[in-house]
Design a protein around this ligand. Structure first.
Ligand code: X2X
Length: 343
């Protein structure tokens, strides 16, 4: 509740009391601040999108709903894999979260981490904007959150400090930092690498000290985090998985708002997510390659895999795909495969 509105609200309550009425339904209780969690800050499309959402919400609700962005998953001490639980518990009010970080709690979100399921951006859209995305939102809606829009972190390209990676053999023995989903451990183990799970906050010092040789993240993250400065000299474009982001509100928070506020928050999420996806996709493909050029200008050697090159990695991870398709849900994976094929 703002100080400014306080007298008006009090006057309203006195009037209601004088008339012997109970608290009017319109006496809305707002928090001073709604806490929004992200992993990456404003220098990245992800954090930019979160801030954009917050700004649009403030604008559309005339400042009634004030959202503050907490990057670095600081509300859960940087432990990305605890973000979803904290969101359910109401420790976090709002989030723009990666499917990867929530997949330990929502197994279906591992779908996007099935190696080589999605060959291009159209394939991501076919899933998030179609029946698969709807199903995943229905699953989330049963877990104390209200999902509103899909954003994007992006295709995760693999880098390391040792040598160029052109074939699965080149990954053999490399110490790889991976995110906190067991599917990533399985994939990198299948490729003969030596994967270790750690948070993004721990990953950068680990690269700097050489505790790990490599990592995988979207080009926009590689560039904004300046990973060439922590020894990442070799980058391979293999596009093996992509992580969408999800714009959500804790259900109790959502239910505390009026219809008009909810509409404003949902519209703002959709607009911010669209703009965020455009940013996440800018500069990373043929014809629009500014980010890629900048990475190369920083002395990073980039390997572009062709279809045959990718096929070797797909073959090497096919067993992982099969096993995890069963865990995620054969029916959901089948729908996803059909929709990717039809895109
Ligand atoms: O930790 C990562 O690699 C990051 C920033 O991409 C995610 O949060 C999934």
């Amino acid at each position: 509740m703002t100080r400014r509105r306080f007298p008006a609200l009090l006057a309203g309550l006195f009037a209601a009391a004088a008339l012997g009425l109970s608290l009017p339904a319109t006496a809305q209780q707002y928090k001073d601040e709604y806490k929004l969690s992200t992993v990456l800050g404003e220098a990245f499309p992800w954090g930019w999108g979160a801030k954009r959402w917050a700004d649009l919400v403030a604008e559309k609700t005339d400042g009634r709903i004030r959202i503050k962005v907490y990057p670095g998953t600081s509300l859960v001490s940087g432990d990305q894999t605890k973000e979803f639980t904290a969101l359910r518990q109401g420790i976090i009010d709002i989030a723009v979260g990666s499917t990867i970080n929530w997949s330990p709690q929502v197994k279906e979100l591992n779908l996007f981490a099935l190696p080589f399921l999605m060959p291009d951006h159209k394939a991501i859209d076919a899933l998030t904007q179609g029946r698969v995305g709807k199903r995943l939102f229905d699953i989330l809606a049963e877990r104390d959150v209200v999902p509103l829009a899909w954003g994007e972190n992006g295709f995760r390209e693999v880098s390391n400090s040792k040598h160029p990676v052109r074939t699965p053999e080149d990954l053999r023995g490399l110490k790889m930092r991976v995110v906190g989903s067991p599917l990533f451990l399985a994939t990198f183990n299948a490729l003969g690498a030596n994967p270790t799970q750690m948070s993004w906050a721990d990953a950068q010092p680990a690269m700097a000290t050489g505790a790990v040789d490599g990592q995988e993240n979207p080009l926009g993250v590689f560039s904004a985090a300046r990973l060439h400065t922590v020894g990442q000299k070799h980058l391979t474009l293999w596009g093996y998985v992509a992580d969408p982001l999800i714009f959500v509100v804790n259900r109790k928070v959502w239910e505390s708002w009026t219809e008009a506020d909810r509409k404003a928050v949902a519209e703002a999420a959709n607009q911010a997510a669209k703009e965020e996806i455009a940013r996440a996709r800018a500069g990373i493909s043929a014809g629009d390659d500014a980010v890629l050029k900048e990475i190369e200008a920083n002395g990073v050697a980039v390997v572009h895999l062709d279809d045959a090159g990718r096929e070797a990695f797909r073959k090497a991870t096919a067993d992982v795909y099969r096993e995890w398709a069963g865990r995620i849900g054969a029916d959901l994976v089948k729908q996803a495969e059909e929709d990717v094929a039809r895109r």
